[in-house]
Design a protein around this ligand. Structure first.
Ligand code: PHE
Length: 350
């Protein structure tokens, strides 16, 4: 049998195109069929190489025919790809139904921690009473935490067992996690001339851990200094504050107490809003029906001297309250540690 001419071979290739693509059942087979025609080893590539066998006058029209067949391959490929897509879609639609009626999942919203909510409310009350707000560092010098506040050198709070000291670089460099926000009183007076009227919130640190004490807790310090400040101002401000926070009927009491940086000094208690005095075993008030919430007093002249205020001319009061305790009372929480365990179910219930 005589060998096929290039033209006969090209005709045979062209006749096979549609059938070959119609037989492809997936994308992979489509790729293989395409390569069989137009790939480097494909039949169209091979037949193109036979051009020199043709007489010069026929070569050009042969090249054009090869290109036509290539175009046909491309159209057949597009048709087959479209066929595969609609087959897949039809199969999907005929398959098992997807249930789109399940309820959606609601994203859980975070919210402000109860201690911070209480703190913000407290600050609102003091702002409305004319107080500014200031902050200081959590790590401070012992001078600001103790010395300038008139602590005697042998005061137990200065003991390693009671406070968290940081390793010091030199023997005279005593740095610690502040044990109270009274450090910020000192800083405010060192940096501002009188009069001052300011509250100072922040975290403080002590070596304590039980139902009503945590090693880290929050305080709000208050300081008011001017020429004619008296104990009556102190009581008036604190009672106005507690009535605003807990309602006008809440019972409070003022007890004489001692802090080195005030004279006279006092503590203020709020009735136990957990047991209202009815539970002798109450873990929060320890059966006393009162909860101590703050220390306060008239600023000691020694403190004024150490910050450069004239103790003859200026008088002032200071207080420091425990925000965590106020939060416990406000939300009826029986153990301070609940506030720091970060149990979302508990915090979300408040
Ligand atoms: N700094 C005291 C404490 O932490 C509280 C206090 C502040 C007392 C201001 C008197 C005046 O216990």
């Amino acid at each position: 049998m005589a060998q096929e001419t290039p033209i006969e071979e090209l005709d045979a290739i062209a006749r096979g195109v549609d059938e070959a693509f119609a037989a492809a059942r997936d994308d992979n087979e489509l790729r293989q069929v395409t390569a069989r025609f137009s790939g480097r080893e494909g039949s169209l590539t091979r037949v193109m190489k036979r051009i020199p066998e043709l007489p010069g006058a026929e070569r050009k029209s042969f090249g054009q025919r090869v290109n036509e067949v290539k175009g046909r391959v491309e159209r057949a490929l597009a048709t087959a790809a479209e066929r595969l897509r609609s087959e897949a879609r039809a199969k999907e639609l005929a398959g098992p139904a997807i249930d789109i009626t399940l309820p959606g999942r609601r994203p859980r919203l975070g919210r402000v921690h109860p201690i911070m909510r209480t703190l913000h409310e407290i600050i609102d009350v003091f702002s409305s009473l004319g107080f500014d707000v200031a902050e200081g560092p959590e790590v401070d010098h012992a001078e600001n935490n103790f010395d300038r506040l008139g602590f005697p050198p042998d005061h137990p709070a200065m003991d390693m067992h009671d406070s968290f000291f940081l390793p010091s670089r030199t023997p005279s460099d005593r740095v610690l996690l502040r044990t109270h926000t009274s450090t910020v009183q000192v800083r405010e007076m060192l940096s501002h001339p009188p009069p001052v009227q300011v509250v100072m919130p922040g975290a403080v640190f002590r070596r304590d851990d039980d139902a009503t004490h945590s090693p880290m807790f929050f305080q709000l310090e208050g300081l008011m200094v001017d020429e004619d400040i008296t104990l009556a101002h102190l009581r008036g401000v604190l009672e106005a504050f507690l009535h605003r926070l807990f309602g006008a009927n809440v019972k409070t009491r003022f007890r004489a107490s001692y802090f080195p940086f005030v004279e006279p000094g006092a503590e203020m208690d709020v009735e136990c809003l957990i047991c209202h005095g009815h539970n002798p075993a109450c873990r929060v008030c320890k059966g006393t029906s009162w909860l101590e919430i703050l220390g306060c007093g008239m600023v000691h002249p020694v403190v004024f001297e150490s910050v450069g205020y004239d103790p003859e001319r200026y008088k002032g009061f200071a207080f420091g309250m425990g925000i965590d305790r106020l939060t416990m009372l406000r939300y009826g929480i029986g153990d301070i540690r609940h506030l720091f365990e970060n149990d979302v179910r508990f915090l979300g219930s408040l």
